[in-house]
Ligand binder design. Sequence first.
Ligand SMILES: [Zn+2]
Length: 253
Amino acid sequence: MRDFTFETYRKLLKQIIQSGYEFQSMEEFITTPKNKVVVLRHDSDIWPKNDLKMAHIENELKVRSSYYFRVPETFNEEIILKIVGLSHEIGYHYEDLVRSKGNQDMAIANFKINLNQLRRFYPVKTITRHGRPLSRIESLKLWEEYNYKSLGIKAEPYLDVDYSKVLYLTDNGSKWNASSSNIRDYTYSEYFNFDIETTFDLIEAFSQNKLPNQIILNVHPARWNDNFLVWTYRFFLQKAKNSAKTSLKSLRK
Ligand SMILES: [Zn+2]
């Protein structure tokens, strides 16, 4: 069986349910966290059509998750409306400080405009920053000068979650343990030591109840595909990207 297909994703969700975990949206988890819970965070980087497919699969299994959209890249009104209709949370996947080339005032002005675009469809309460590995500017630095809480935002999970208690796993790099290929994704957990590379490893770990009680899975819908040709193309593209990032990282050391 191939990994990172929607079929494998469905198997993962079914196993999580079977292992006795509940699901919460990011906002629910921040306000009233359950004891044994998985939060599915979806960063919509490209291809919102994949987001919609994933949102349907989750809804069929009565799972609620959180989708973060870039504006304008993945801001597709029709798809966002449909995902709201499937009762998922919507948030803003922002990169305004990179866009304004580090100009804080311009960045916060644009942040507000884009946030309001999304709020036409959903009362957005959480945000996640879009990482730009090749940019020298870090979008999170916007919050050194401004406070998102004054804009009605309850949480930015990079800053408001204690990752010594909550296990964070991301499919970045089309594997689950790709810490070496995540230049900016620094919240992958240093606190938990599991050898989970494939989704099948992850399913196995859930079935053996080896994992902590509170888990955030960062799942990028664009990385999951049932079409064999697209899947193969992306598999090799990702391999090339990973080795490029690894060499970039060693250069920076
Ligand atoms: Zn992103």
